[in-house]
Design a protein around this ligand. Sequence first.
Ligand SMILES: Cc1ncc(COP(=O)(O)O)c(C=O)c1O
Length: 439
Amino acid sequence: MPIANVRTPIPGPKSKKLIERWLKVEADSTGYQAPVVWDKGRGVTVTDVDGNNYLDWTSGVLVTNVGHAHSHLVKALQEATGKLLNNYECPSLYRVLAAEKLVGVLPPHMEKCFFLSTGSETVEAAIRIMKRKTGNFEIIGFHGGFHGRTYAAASVGGLAGPKRGYGPAMPGCIRAPFPYFYRCPFGSKTEEECAAKHIELLDDTVRANSVDSLAGLIVEPYQGAAGFIFPPKGYLKRLEDWARDKGLLFTVDEVQSSYGRMGTQWGHTLEGLEPDLMCIGKGIGSGYPVAAIAGRDEVLGCLGKGEMSSTAGGNPVGSAAVIAVLEIMEKENLAENARHMGDLIIERLRATQEKSKHLGDIRGRGLVMGLELVKHKKTKEPAPDLVRQAIDRCAQNGLLIGSVGIFGNVIRVAPPLVITQAEAHESCDIMEKVLLSLE
Ligand SMILES: Cc1ncc(COP(=O)(O)O)c(C=O)c1O
């Protein structure tokens, strides 16, 4: 039985009315999405208020890794909610169990964590810790990097959007070019060459900009908002070695790349990295807002009493989510399913690419893929307008997708990790139909 079933024009009549009411009362500041008002979700399926069913390739925004409204997670949240809603800085049994469970799945060199509320908050914390631990103030980030919209996180990021119109960014941020093989400015013929050139560029950039107060570096395992840009194999390891050589602290921002998304619990382990700090968000609560910073004990330990705290961090309900999500991931082998379903989807998409005039590049790992749309494959001119068309046409055909990209021309493929073979094929059929219809 197919899942996708859209019986009204999009937006449907109830969605249309609610969107009108919504825009009267909430700031209209979000990005472009299909005009669908979500009512409920289950697994990979989302149903709107008009009763239309969609397959979801967004997972919110790479959040609902264990699937929408997983019964084990829902039950755990209900139980915790009925007991206690906040304990501020005090421990609760939930908080202790959640920290033990999280530390239990961290890479062995990371011994501690601390719970916060959002991904941006973890990045702010990482930046503070890198400065505090070293006594220096310069932080290296990357062109295209996205770490959130709060001040330090946006400042260290390498996208103009979150910074434009707000005056000077935080002093001490040094941003270096990130290897984007599909559009390598050196026209590199191999990924290896692209990686090597970008390490040289990093060296040049830092030599020209640093005033000898380097504290640390923050990098995503793949760049999310910039367009799901996966660095050439080996680049991140070279980057880590470079940072160690300079005595810098090394932070990976795994807010979106972790929790099975890349086919493994943590994305950075695929490259054999040993970061000092890790930012964790999104999938950790799989829909409940919770986040955490994790790291080496001696690094997190630089903070004294009262130096890191958060009103909702470590609350019992978020902690219950942390425990339940890890239980589900283990029981259902979701990282493994992400690898298998990712292989299936990428193979289907590659077959579509051969027939499509506009699908310039496909890149991905596990269940996170970027489909870069271009006007012509030869010129690679970005086609953001086609991505908007695709978002609307996919929704009309029962598939929810989103867009990312420095040029706004990348479709994000990121379904919940519970996706089955039948759901993967059904959604790929819709995507192929839509991609081949674009003009
Ligand atoms: C890599 C990365 N870091 C940080 C953030 C910010 O997370 P939040 O929106 O939870 O503050 C995001 C959000 O998309 C992200 O993708």
